[in-house]
Design a protein. Structure first.
Length: 250
């Protein structure tokens, strides 16, 4: 049995009379990629924000490992072992790849707020940064300026920065967006490697990539789950085809 790293039960978020997410439950396991798919406005980003603590649920619970983290701040949830990326690449463009990852690693040191302390003196942070660069397959680009590397490499860098915080669970919001075929294939291979030690929730619109990499899919429409199961089951689900996938993925 895979280890359950995150459990969400009956998550609901209402904005006035609108339920952006309605009674959504899911589990994230170490060694498995759980993709959440659906049309624009389905509630995927809201669900991600609920899991990461960026917004508080109206009702429902989130557990990270053995701890209930419902209502915790994003920083506290992050320190408990959850890392996330965003739809828009979030890096420090003027800094080198190494400096970006080292800054992320430094946020986990006990005295991260002491800005006068040289980052290079924080051995543990440097070790975390080195491991993250290798995991994200960017060690060969460590000295490149982040703003000059390719779009795909920037997405890898964002993942490296997340890995430098040593998360157990990764929430990845459209990591393949805007990529060409070669870069998308590279990202798929990276995700397959990362799932060995992490639980991953992938929000993505590239259905070819989703079906190539996901072990489990949840389909959302209008804030609700209309189907959840293995890729083959989702691909053949008539309701999913009608609501989202269409005949080309049947």
């Amino acid at each position: 049995m895979s280890e359950t790293l995150l459990t969400a039960r009956d998550l609901t978020k209402r904005f006035g009379g609108l339920a952006a997410v309605a009674n959504v439950s899911l589990d994230l396991w170490r060694g498995r990629i759980h993709a959440v798919i659906g049309p624009n406005g389905a509630g995927k980003s809201t669900l991600t924000n609920l899991l990461s603590g960026d917004i508080a649920p109206t009702s429902g619970t989130v557990r990270l490992g053995e701890r209930e983290v419902t209502g915790w701040s994003p920083e506290r949830i992050s320190r408990a072992g959850l890392g996330r990326s965003y739809q828009k690449t979030n890096i420090f463009a003027p800094f080198s790849v190494w400096e970006n990852v080292r800054l992320a690693a430094q946020s986990r040191t006990p005295h991260a707020a002491r800005w006068l302390q040289l980052a290079s003196s924080v051995g543990a942070a440097n070790e975390r940064a080195e491991r993250a660069l290798v995991q994200a397959r960017l060690a060969h680009r460590r000295d490149a300026i982040a703003g000059t590397i390719s779009h795909g490499e920037q997405r890898q860098l964002e993942i490296a920065m997340t890995l430098a915080t040593e998360p157990k669970v990764l929430l990845l919001d459209e990591p393949l967006a805007g990529m060409g075929t070669v870069e998308a294939d590279r990202m798929v291979e990276l995700l397959r490697a990362l799932k060995r030690e992490h639980g991953i929730m992938l929000v993505e619109h590239d259905m070819d990539a989703v079906f190539a990499v996901a072990d489990h899919l949840t389909v959302m429409v209008n804030g609700e789950v209309i189907a959840s199961g293995p890729p083959a089951q989702i691909r053949s689900d008539a309701n999913v085809q009608a609501a989202y996938l269409g005949e080309e993925h049947a």
